[in-house]
Design a protein around this ligand. Structure first.
Ligand SMILES: Nc1ncnc2c1ncn2[C@@H]1O[C@H](COP(=O)(O)OP(=O)(O)OP(=O)(O)O)[C@@H](O)[C@H]1O
Ligand SMILES: [Mg+2]
Length: 228
């Protein structure tokens, strides 16, 4: 699913190179659930941005789902993102003026413009039911709890059934119990559908539920000991 080889990611900050990712390699299989842990500032989000095609590698190769992201232009990258991945952000990023069903529906419309309005509503409502929010379809984000908003975020990321789910500390703004519930749901949905997952988390207990755990330390990614 992911084939990252010898990737370096360097930014110029105040005229000096800042080496954010150093010789990072990562290969994952379809349906594999991978967790990345590591201290703040170690480069986890940077790696996710590269995998999402939202930033570009400085050197090395990076392919996702068979596509060489270093060779795609902006339009192709946007198209690729729409069809290949769902992203769950730490801080939800829901559209405040839209109800839960419209937040999810909009993502689906963008990924699958051929669908009719009624198909969009039907599938968005099913995605929200899958995360336990069948009774909250018409709620706007401000009328939802943190855990509910994050579940809308998860429904939005998964509604178009992408082969890859990228999640950047999706439980960072949730209490431990709610966070564990969201992760449980995410893993269950992913396993049911065979979705590959890259999950960034600070929570070692959540990370241990993944097939593999990798640790990012000062821009270097290493495989942690097998957890199970
Ligand atoms: N656009 C940028 N300009 C300058 N420095 C940046 C930029 N983006 C990231 N960095 C730096 O790169 C390093 C890695 O950042 P990154 O966001 O990937 O860390 P992280 O592991 O996700 O941390 P956290 O756990 O706090 O989210 C940090 O030191 C950060 O300051
Ligand atoms: Mg981060």
């Amino acid at each position: 699913m992911i084939d990252v080889r010898a990737v370096n990611y360097t930014l110029q900050v105040a005229g000096r190179p800042l080496h954010i990712l150093k010789n990072v390699s990562l290969q994952t299989k379809p349906s594999e659930v991978v967790a990345i842990v590591g201290p703040s500032g170690s480069g986890k989000t940077s790696l996710l941005m590269l995998l999402a095609g939202l930033e570009r590698v400085t050197s090395g190769s990076l392919a996702v789902n068979g596509a060489d992201l270093t060779a795609l232009g902006e339009d192709d990258l946007a198209r690729f993102r729409r069809h290949t991945m769902g992203i769950v952000f730490q801080s939800f990023h829901l559209i405040p003026s839209l109800s839960a069903i419209d937040n999810v529906g909009l993502a689906l419309e963008i990924a699958a413009p051929e669908l009719s309005q009624s198909q969009v509503r039907e599938q968005a409502s099913a995605a929200l039911a899958a995360v336990g929010l069948a009774e909250r379809l018409e709620h706007r984000p401000t009328a939802l709890s943190g855990g509910e908003q994050q579940r809308v975020g998860l429904a939005r990321a998964m509604v178009a059934n992408p082969p890859l789910l990228l999640a950047d500390e999706p439980t960072g703004n949730l209490d431990q119990k709610t966070g564990a519930m969201v992760i449980e749901l995410m893993f269950n949905l992913a396993r049911e559908r065979g979705t590959a997952v890259v999950l960034i988390t600070h929570d070692a207990a959540l990370a241990a539920r993944a097939d593999r755990v990798l640790t990012m330390t000062q821009g270097e990614l290493v495989e942690a000991a097998v957890t199970h």
